[in-house]
Design a binder for this molecule. Structure first.
Ligand SMILES: [Zn+2]
Ligand SMILES: [Zn+2]
Length: 369
């Protein structure tokens, strides 16, 4: 297979077929762009040597003290903000109309703006095709209980859009000093008088508390923080795990035919979220360090050292549907096919189920009497 090495073509914002110049779209699960018109396979050249470069971490404290930092280059792209939900997604130059992938509202193309944002260093290309994502959605929906019967008519998985979602990943070497208490349980035998006036004994658990202090060291690698505010956080985090070993150097060709979202959470705010994720693991480490049967932390102070970050794009299939004036969204992990979503609940079905259960219990009671 011949590789596309024509720099003129590679530099165009629109990626075209080397044979017929038609617009190309990235084919999930491959490393190529297959022409819909002439079938020519346009292989995307992945520079193996660049992989290490792409996964290189950027010094966080250096970056925030000087954001003109050359280590985190910026890229200009055209984005349009949805008037209904505020999500900002990329549009390509020739796009005439599009719908917001988050809420299905038509986007007003005239309102698009050029934004300069940190260039992602790596991207995890789509592995799951739209067809497969739709299948995953149908399987997920079939398993749902209390779904109003009409939901299936309204859900429009065929309108699913492929979206690259911005993420930050953080590394940190943490040192935490703490003060607290260690609780060791022990048993004592107590005597008491029961209701009939008899003296009885019973075993009671008591805790002996001792003051403790110490230091724990926890290293974190690639803590993922989503840079989007358009998706409910619980859904986004429920889509994990991501296969970060499949990250490859960022190349716009992998984005061809897909949308990407601009990040709304910046590097600094992303680090605050990362710190709270890390904190949970630090608390676990302190509890382990204290030992005993119970632990109390009265004070802790964490210092973050060697903090680095990188900006990556992860693939999501996204669709929404309106049911009784409410928007329901569902997302499919573009790497694994895992589905998460919002769903309506049929109150009538639940009431009927409760009535049915009540009827069965009444019947059993009547029969046994
Ligand atoms: Zn072609
Ligand atoms: Zn929207």
């Amino acid at each position: 297979m011949e590789e596309d090495q024509n720099p003129e073509i590679a530099d165009k914002s629109e990626i075209t077929c080397k044979n017929c110049a038609a617009k190309l779209e990235f084919k999930p699960g491959t490393t190529s762009l297959v022409c819909q018109y002439c079938g020519t396979v346009n292989e995307i050249k992945i520079d193996k040597e660049k992989i290490r470069e792409a996964l290189r971490e950027i010094d966080y404290f250096k970056f925030i003290s000087d954001s003109s930092n050359v280590e985190a280059p910026k890229e200009e792209n055209k984005y349009v903000k949805c008037q209904a939900c505020g999500a900002e997604t990329s549009v390509d130059a020739k796009m005439i109309s599009a719908e917001c992938p988050f809420c299905g509202t038509p986007l007003i193309m005239e309102k698009s703006q050029i934004k300069s944002l940190i260039t992602p260093s790596a991207v995890a290309p789509f592995k799951i095709e739209k067809k497969k994502a739709i299948e995953s959605f149908h399987i997920w929906m079939k398993k749902l209980w209390w779904l109003p019967s009409k939901t299936k008519e309204y859900a429009k998985p065929d309108k699913m859009q492929g979206l690259y979602v911005p993420y930050w990943t953080y590394d940190s070497r943490t040192v935490t000093s703490y003060n607290g208490q260690r609780g060791d349980n022990y048993q004592v035998t107590e005597t008491y008088t029961d209701s009939s006036g008899q003296t009885q004994t019973r075993s009671v658990t008591k805790t002996r508390w001792t003051n403790v202090s110490g230091t724990v060291y926890v290293n974190f690698d690639d803590i993922l923080v989503v840079g989007s505010k358009s998706l409910p956080e619980k859904h986004v985090y429920a889509l994990e795990p991501w296969h970060l070993n499949e990250l490859i150097p960022y190349d716009k060709k992998f984005l061809s035919g897909f949308k990407s979202e601009s990040y709304e959470v910046d590097v600094k705010n992303g680090f605050e979220t990362a710190k709270s994720i890390m904190d949970k693991q630090i608390v676990t480490a302190i509890h382990r360090d204290i030992g005993g049967d119970q632990q109390r932390i009265t004070f802790k102070n964490t210092s973050h050292n060697n903090v680095t970050f990188k900006h990556v794009l992860l693939p999501l299939w996204l669709s929404s549907y309106r049911f009784k004036e409410k928007v329901y969204r569902f997302v499919v992990n573009g790497q694994t096919g895992k589905v998460k979503g919002e769903r309506p609940v049929s109150v009538i079905k639940i009431i009927l189920a409760i009535l049915l259960v009540a009827a069965i219990i009444t019947a059993i009671v009547l029969l046994t009497q």
